[in-house]
Write a protein that binds this ligand. Sequence first.
Ligand SMILES: [Zn+2]
Ligand SMILES: [Zn+2]
Length: 397
Amino acid sequence: MYTMTKQLLIMIALGATSLAIAQGQPDAMPKGRSAVAIVDGQYPASFFPNTEQLGADEMRIIALGTGMPNQTKRAVSISYLVELGNGEKFLFDIGSGAMNNLFSLRPDFSKIDKVFASHLHVDHVGDFMGLHVGSWLSGRYTPLHFYGPSGATPELGSKTFVEGMKTAYQWDIATRSGALPDAGGQIVVHEFDYTQQNQVVYDANGVVIRAWPAIHSLDGSVSYSLEWNGLKYVFGGDTYPNKWYMEFAKGADIASHECFLPPKALAAYFGWSLAQATYVSTRIHTEPQAFGKIMATLKPRMAVGYHSVQSPENNQAIMDGVRKVYGGPLTIARDLQVINVTKDQIVVRMATVDEYVLPPDVTQAYKDAPRSDDKSPSEMIQSGKWDGYTPPPMPKK
Ligand SMILES: [Zn+2]
Ligand SMILES: [Zn+2]
């Protein structure tokens, strides 16, 4: 009786959140870590992965990469992880270097099986195969799903990209097949028409993801919105300021949009002529004042600018540009920045991660998932084994 009363009191103290988590499937935790509920919206100053329960009504957005194709230790290429209180996780872009930051969070990879690509530049999809193999090794035992736009011609679309990756990495996949869960080796591509406006590209478990065109270099860049539980997150793909974003990003709680270096700073950084820098910054991308103007019009609960060459001087140039025209809530994204979103508050923090991280623990379902037989090299190659070494006997399975 006493135990029941105590349990009930704890549940009341924590609110409906903990009840929902208890009913749902919690993330597999690394050994030695346990997640506690956040009480009264009082978050720790820093986000330590796998120590906080996500509330049932809450969304958490983690920047995995916010920089450029010429990535640095502090800013790898673009990627965002969005986690929802219903237990689901979504990746938006997986640019080069982003796997490093994703891995540092030690997530439950059995839940990370969907990537939504804004376009096929390497700074947005360069780590896709790293994600495929890394997550397959670390807990994902179901297929990886790639959602992405078509191109002006079939060879410029997501289907060709994914099929090409599969072909290029045939040897890699073949070596691991059998040792790892069979289904985890599969990639399913969902290519959609990039010209469609605000079309639904994903709709399941109360999560609706829509896409619309962006204007960037060639046809085939898009932006996304994710709506769930009355919250709306917008992930802007690389773009010149466009009318579709202005229309379909309306009502966003979190509106992210690229916010490139202004022309002068870009010219100084790359050693380009001012003409070339102006073209790239204001015709292919969105410079800070344009970003500010977009956000001043949209008025999201939080504007997030990302995709820049990051250094103290550059960061200042970006901030100065935005603030000339926009005075609202603003975050200039950094790698491993964490945004918690509820109806009542938005909290922006940085994550603290270990330099040397162990792989995340895998679930029992991963261990039990069907595997075909291991493969071996040919007899000719095996005949080359040096007889001066004898390996230890194999332990029993
Ligand atoms: Zn791009
Ligand atoms: Zn880009």
